[in-house]
Design a protein around this ligand. Structure first.
Ligand code: 5GP
Ligand code: ZN
Length: 134
């Protein structure tokens, strides 16, 4: 897609610090570097978000995310966060599907914690509304 920054990275029009690639997936360092090693895993093909990503491509992206997580743990990190924002309301800024792989150290001070709701939730009501049947 012409104006997509991640498509430009795939095409080599914008540089990146590549960590891994295969035929369909590219992984590179996030410019924001929210923790050292913060990595983005993306399909090389333009797909807007998680919801538009087909099952097969999703599995290919997640398989690389898992491979990198194990790799980072072997490199000496203590943990890994896997995050994907879907649509702007969730915080998605780049509209080309991507998964954040964030390697963590025990006391690195980074935080991904969502603020807890202030009101007591009626979990039974929420579950009734959201339950998915096969
Ligand atoms: P989102 O908020 O959409 O889940 O995450 C988008 C991420 O892309 C952000 O963490 C941001 O730092 C990163 N990003 C945006 N532009 C570039 C870029 O040109 N190069 C790299 N490496 N990362 C980028
Ligand atoms: Zn794109």
């Amino acid at each position: 897609m012409e104006d997509c920054i991640f498509c430009k990275i795939v095409k080599g029009e914008i540089g990146c610090y590549k960590i891994y690639e295969n035929k369909t997936v590219l992984a590179f360092l996030d410019i924001a570097n929210k923790a050292p090693g913060h990595t983005l895993v993306i399909p090389k093909k333009h797909v807007k978000d998680l919801d538009e990503c087909d099952e097969k491509l999703f599995q290919e992206v997640m398989s690389v995310a898992k491979k990198l997580s194990s790799h980072y743990l072997q490199k000496g990190f203590d943990g890994v966060n896997i995050v994907s924002n879907c649509k702007p309301a969730s915080g998605q800024e780049v509209l080309h599907f991507h998964v954040h792989v964030i390697p963590r150290k025990q006391d690195d001070g980074a935080s991904l914690i969502l603020t807890p709701a202030t009101q007591k939730a009626n979990l039974e009501e929420i579950a009734k509304k959201l339950r998915l049947e096969d």
